[in-house]
Each structure stands twice: as C-alpha cells, then as structure tokens.
Ligand binder design. Structure first.
Ligand code: HAM
Length: 420
C-alpha cells in the first residue's frame, strides 16, 4: 500500500540522518540564543493567503485547504515564517520585541512530485524579529553557512536584494516593459500585471528571463546602502557567496536581502530566506523588521555524508528459565538506577566500559520461551555489545555473567557493582 503521492515514510538510516540533523540544529541554534517554537500544523488560511501573495505558486496552486465544520477555512501550513509571525504578534512582541526563534517540522505543498520535491517535507527554520542592521543579515547567513559546514555539507550561497516598497515599483515597471510582447506561460501572463518579479522564478520561462534588467540597478539609496553593507559584512565574516540579481524568491513578503543556498550535489536550493521588514505590520503587529531562513531537511539529508554509527552498543539481558526472575529483577533495577546520560558516564569510565554501554542502551529478552542461545543470537543480530547471562549457576553464585560480543571475552560481576 503506497503512501500519499509526494510523501514518504522516514525510517532506518534516513530516520537516523533526520535525527542527527534535527538534534544538531537544536543544539547549534540554541547556542546562539534562538528559542524553539512549535506552531500547529493547521492554521487559518488568512495566515498564509495574503502574506505569501496571491500570485505565488504556493497560494495559486499548492495549498492544502479545507473548510472546517464551523465554516472556517483551514490550511496545512506550507511554510513556517507566516506562522512564526502570527505567534510573534499574538504572544511575544509585547514582552520580547527583539526575539530569535527556531522551528523544526513538517510543511505541506501540493507540488508536482520529483526528486527533492515533496508534498510533505520538513524544514529547520530560524527567524529574527526586531533586528534591522545589515550586520544581522550577514550574521544570519554566516550562522547558516557554518551550520552546513559543520555537518559537512559543501554549499554555495547566492544573495540579492529585492528592494522595498519605494524602489520595487520602478523595477516592476521595467520588467513589465521588458516582458511586453514576449511569450510567457499562462501563470506568468497573469504575473506580468500583478507581480512581474515572480516571472524570474518561473521554472517554465527560464529562456525568456535570461536578459532581464537587474534589480540592483533599480534599488533606492537606502536599499543599496543596506545591501552594500551586507556584502561587506559577509566578506568580513569570511562567508563565500555570489551576488545573483535573479534570486527573487517565490514569496511576496520579502524586502531587501534575499538568499538561496545550493549544495554541490543538488540543483534545487537546500535552504533559502531573507528579510521581511513589512510582514509583522502587515499581519497586524507593531512595525518590526525581521529576517529568517529555512533549511529543507530532505534535501540536506540527501547530500549528507553522515554514516549512522554501526558500532556495537549496549547490554542485552538473557536468561534461562531458572534465571528468569532474577533477570527481570536486574532489568527493573537498571531501569530505575540509570539516570545519568551516556555522555556523562562515558566521560567517567570510557566507551569500552560496561557502564557506558548500559547508560546508552539496554534491554531484556521478552521471548521467555526462547533458548539462551537464541536470545544471544538475537542480541548479536541487534548489534548489542554485551549480553548478561543469568542462569542457575549465576543464582547460586550471586553474580551475573557478561559476555563481550565483540571479542567473546566473558567476566562476572555482582549486581551492586553496576547499579548507581
Ligand atoms: P522556501 O524557499 O519556500 O522558503 O523553502 C525553504 C527551503 O525548503 C527550500 O530551499 C527547500 O530546501 C525546502 N523546500 C521547499 N519546498 C520543498 C518541497 N516541496 N520539498 C522538499 N523541500 C522543499 C520558505 O519556506 C521561507 N519560509 C524561508 C524563510 C524563513 N524566509 C524567511 N524566513
């Protein structure tokens, strides 16, 4: 039975890569003062409809929406920024007008499925509210670039400025003139009037946009100065990037700096973002400059060079029928006594020590009718490092036998020596 078109199950090695990426992101972004936000997966449609723009692909074609029983229109969130802004206005801006948040979770867009493009996908996103300096743009791009470098993803960053409400109308007029008489796809014919910049992002009209005028020639003094400073700061921070005046982003809320990040191995962007200085006010909040980005988890996982750790780990408790009671008693005691993390114990005793293994992983056979031999075979197949063997002999001696499955070395210990 297949999953819904454009969606996939996440399991095994891929699940481990997701876990690695998400855990690392949490640690990394918290270190720089970003707080985690979990918004609902369903939102009222107004959150996205106006903010992403009537002429965006997402609003035109890709939103999963339905009418709730009370007649209200609900959508599955297609992205995280507008939801974060809704949260900021409602619950944060009064106490925390300068805030840094991050989110991790699934997003939904009814796109045409292809490699790297899903209908349910995951993003790790960061948003900064209340920051307007060009240094904050460079800081955010720098953190993103270092994040990717830290997990071993080679990448290329392309930056641009899409201007503001003052300068963009001039650029839009120039584009309308440029596209006049040119053959465009059906969507772009509508876009030519409503939002001609969006045509630069069209996957069908790539040839037509080749020689479009550059947005950078139309920036007002304020936008130009801001962008120049962003670029200087990126250079100071040692970020490698290119200016690409064709980066316009597919969402309406951007103002000023925008960027997209590509991996060496994938043609579509692995992350993207920019400034959206007018969005908070547009959604009913106080005037608040803001900026952010989102990383596409599936696309990063695809190029991640991370090999899930296949080293043997943990203790598996096996027993004979005589040892069963003592074995379960030992298991219960272990569950109740190991509260320290594997990392903490590892620092104390090293990662070859039985205690380190127990702190990371332990389990007991619950197939009580299976022979000792088959329990040990199972532990081996599950890549456990140690087995505990509890039988008649162990009960008589008041000890437990341990076998290191890596080298078959066997030794005995008393229960008390292991409990914390
Ligand atoms: P976006 O460019 O729509 O921006 O998405 C960001 C990233 O999510 C993309 O670069 C890509 O890696 C991934 N992505 C998007 N759609 C799909 C898909 N259908 N399948 C797989 N991956 C996908 C945003 O969503 C903005 N909210 C980013 C932002 C945050 N701007 C400011 N703050």
């Amino acid at each position: 039975m297949p999953t819904v078109t454009g969606t996939d199950d996440i399991f095994g090695d891929v699940a481990e890569k997701f876990e690695f990426l998400e855990n690392f992101a949490k640690k990394y972004f918290k270190k720089f003062g970003f707080e985690e936000l979990r918004t609902p997966i369903i939102e009222y449609s107004w959150v996205f409809k106006k903010t992403l723009g009537d002429s965006s692909d997402i609003v035109m074609h890709q939103m999963y929406s339905f009418e709730d029983k009370d007649g209200k229109e609900i959508v599955l969130r297609p992205e995280g920024t507008a939801a974060a802004v809704r949260f900021f206005i409602e619950k944060l801006c009064h106490t925390n007008p300068r805030a840094k948040i991050f989110y991790i979770g699934p997003m939904f867009r009814r796109e045409r499925p292809q490699k790297g493009r899903y209908r349910q996908f995951h993003q790790v996103g960061c948003e900064m509210f209340g920051f307007d300096s060009p240094e904050s743009d460079a800081y955010l791009i720098f953190l993103l670039s270092e994040f990717l470098a830290n997990i071993g993803v080679k990448h290329k960053i392309e930056v641009n400025s899409v201007g503001c409400n003052l300068c963009r109308p001039n650029y839009s007029s120039a584009l309308r003139e440029f596209f006049d008489g040119k053959i465009l796809c059906e969507d772009c014919q509508k876009r030519r009037e409503r939002n001609p910049m969006r045509i630069l992002d069209c996957k069908k009209d790539v040839e037509v946009v080749k020689d479009v005028p550059s947005v950078l020639d139309f920036l007002c003094q304020r936008c130009k100065t801001h962008f120049d400073f962003v670029i200087n700061n990126l250079k100071k921070f040692g970020v490698e990037f290119e200016v690409n005046p064709k980066i316009v982003r597919g969402l309406d809320y951007y103002t000023g700096t925008v960027f997209e990040v590509f991996s060496e191995k994938a043609s579509s962007a692995i992350a993207a973002g920019g400034r959206y200085d007018l969005l908070v006010e547009f959604m009913g909040g106080p005037q608040t400059p803001a900026l952010g980005f989102a990383i596409g988890v599936e696309r990063v996982v695809e190029v991640l060079n991370f090999q899930p750790d296949k080293k043997r780990l943990g203790l598996f408790i096996c027993y004979t029928s005589e040892g069963k009671e003592k074995a379960f008693d030992f298991f219960v005691k272990l569950v109740r006594s190991f509260h320290l993390s594997g990392e903490e114990i590892g620092r104390e005793v090293g990662d070859d020590d039985l205690k380190y293994h127990i702190a990371n992983r332990f389990d007991i056979s619950v197939e009580t009718s299976k022979s000792l031999k088959s329990q040990i075979r199972y532990a081996d197949s599950q890549n456990f490092r140690f087995v505990a063997i509890i039988g008649k002999n162990e009960i008589e001696k008041g000890t437990i036998t341990f076998r290191d499955l890596q080298n078959s070395h066997q030794f005995e210990m008393k229960e008390d020596e292991l409990l914390f």
